[in-house]
Design a protein around this ligand. Structure first.
Ligand code: GTP
Ligand code: MG
Length: 450
């Protein structure tokens, strides 16, 4: 794609910083850069010099020039590394606009890179995911996607489907001939292989989607178990009111903390008990609804009134059946007050703490860390989005329909069509077949300058 206009934006975050990067991309980028630098810019060479607007020096810094096609966008790109103050950045950008550039829209540099085949759609999305990564694991996974791990697996599946379709379509051209048993076996075995890979990719993509969200942790327990004290200990600030009056917390209190490179979204809830107080009843309902959507449910017990924990104790608190993706952790709190040995007879993971004194908080964080990291094997993770899951699921449905049909000269057209649609869904993920509307939606969620 050849763009007719040249775009400009600051590629670094707004606010003050030592250095900012202003990026120009498009057919006039080099001419604008050379006019403002008042010198020739040699490809891929750092030139130190001023940025002049007419006769006035606006800033000084490093000029870099990347002629097409060897640039991020695939177009002529010029970057100016100047000083990082909002006013000076704006003045530099204005000088470039005066020379004919226009301010870039969010994600427009990445969009041009995609349209010029420098990256596929999964890689473009991974750039945004890397910038937004809230944990080191999410950053590592985004890097994998950016390097094409996800896109390559999609392309391999598309290639396999193309191969199978070629065989099938060849038979459509000769409808009078029955398909030989050998050809039939080969096609079916190839379909089985694609089905296994696609199912595996879907389950990894489901994990990848979760990496883009902070794990949700719900604290639940009887009144006075110490839920709000634990939230305050984890966030290291007095977010929730703590008193010795049972039923202190009514509303859900949500807070996100970052510990050990992990971003955790924690929800404190109202204590669960039988009550006639209408406000408290509503709080308890909200508590039980909230934990239904949590990835980890933490059930707190007061060690002084609950020396041992049984499954029935947990069932009284957690009103729903756990889904396969939910994990339950039980906690004995207030161990600073208890001298007798505590016991866990439940089948769930178990940690002992004192939310007020801080004992066991490190072990609790160890448990979160171990549990969350073991969910994703480092070498195989990549980030994914809800959009990818939708296309993968649709593709799997078409493939499954194709596999249920017995392959005969009567059904071959139907099988061929299902495989075509399965392939089409996969191609939508990498952007080989994507509508302009979809591209607009994806890139508008990026930051400006990317
Ligand atoms: N000694 C000791 N006291 C604790 C500990 N954790 C909480 N408490 C006390 O227990 C009482 C209740 O604590 P909260 O954190 O408000 O309990 P909660 O589970 O949020 O209670 P509700 O909001 O009523 O459901 C307060 O007086 C806390 O100081 C602990 O680890 N050790
Ligand atoms: Mg509370």
């Amino acid at each position: 794609m050849i763009s007719s206009d040249t775009i400009v934006a600051s590629a670094t975050a707004s606010g003050q910083g030592a250095v900012s990067v202003i990026r120009l991309s498009g057919p006039s980028a080099i001419q604008i850069g050379e006019t403002l630098a008042q010198r020739t810019l040699h490809p891929r060479t750092a030139h130190y010099g001023a940025l002049h607007n007419n006769s006035e020096q606006i800033d000084s810094g490093l000029w870099l020039c990347f002629p097409k096609p060897k640039s991020f966008t695939g177009e002529d790109v010029v970057e100016f590394q100047g000083h990082g103050g909002p006013v000076v950045i704006q003045r530099c950008i204005q000088a470039m606009v005066d020379q004919g550039a226009r301010p870039a829209k969010p994600g427009e540099f990445s969009e041009r890179a995609f349209l010029n085949d420098k990256i596929d759609l999964t890689q473009a999305e991974a750039i945004a995911d890397l910038i937004a990564a809230s944990s080191d694991q999410a950053a590592r996974a985004a890097n994998h996607s950016m390097n094409g791990v996800f896109g390559n697996r999609i392309n391999a599946l598309v290639d396999s489907l193309t191969h199978i379709r070629t065989h099938i379509e060849a038979h459509i051209d000769f409808p009078d001939e029955e398909i030989s048993p050998t050809a039939l076996t080969r096609i079916q075995s190839e379909l089985d292989t694609v089905h296994t890979s696609l199912s595996d990719l879907l389950s990894r993509a489901e994990d990848g989607v979760k990496l883009n969200q902070s794990p949700r942790i719900g604290l639940i327990g009887a009144p006075n178990a110490g839920k709000s004290s634990l939230l305050n200990a984890l966030s290291q600030q007095p977010l929730a009111i703590v008193t010795d009056i049972p039923g202190t917390t009514r509303d859900l209190i949500r807070h996100t903390i970052v510990v050990r490179g992990l971003e955790l979204s924690i929800t404190d809830t109202a204590g669960i008990r039988d009550t006639t107080d209408r406000i408290e009843q509503e709080g308890i309902k909200r508590a039980q609804d909230a934990v239904k959507h949590c990835d980890i449910i933490v059930c707190l017990f007061d060690a002084t009134s609950h020396p041992s924990i049984h499954d029935q104790d947990i069932e009284r608190l957690v009103s729903h059946a756990l889904t396969p993706t939910q994990t339950l952790l039980t906690i004995h709190n207030k161990i600073d007050l208890d001298t007798d040995p505590l016991e866990n007879h439940s089948s769930y993971n178990y940690v002992q703490i004192s939310a007020v004194k801080g004992d066991g908080i490190d072990q609790l964080l160890d448990w979160f860390e171990e549990h969350l990291r073991s969910n994703h094997q480092a070498e195989t993770i990549f980030t994914a989005r809800a959009r990818h899951l939708k296309h993968l699921r649709e593709s799997l449905n078409y493939l499954e329909t194709a596999r249920t049909l017995e392959l005969t000269s009567m059904t071959i057209d139907l099988v061929a069509e299902d495989l075509r649609l399965a392939q089409h869904c996969l191609s939508e993920i990498t952007g080989r077949f994507s509508s302009d509307d979809l591209l607009g939606e994806i890139f508008s969620s990026f930051c400006i300058g990317k």
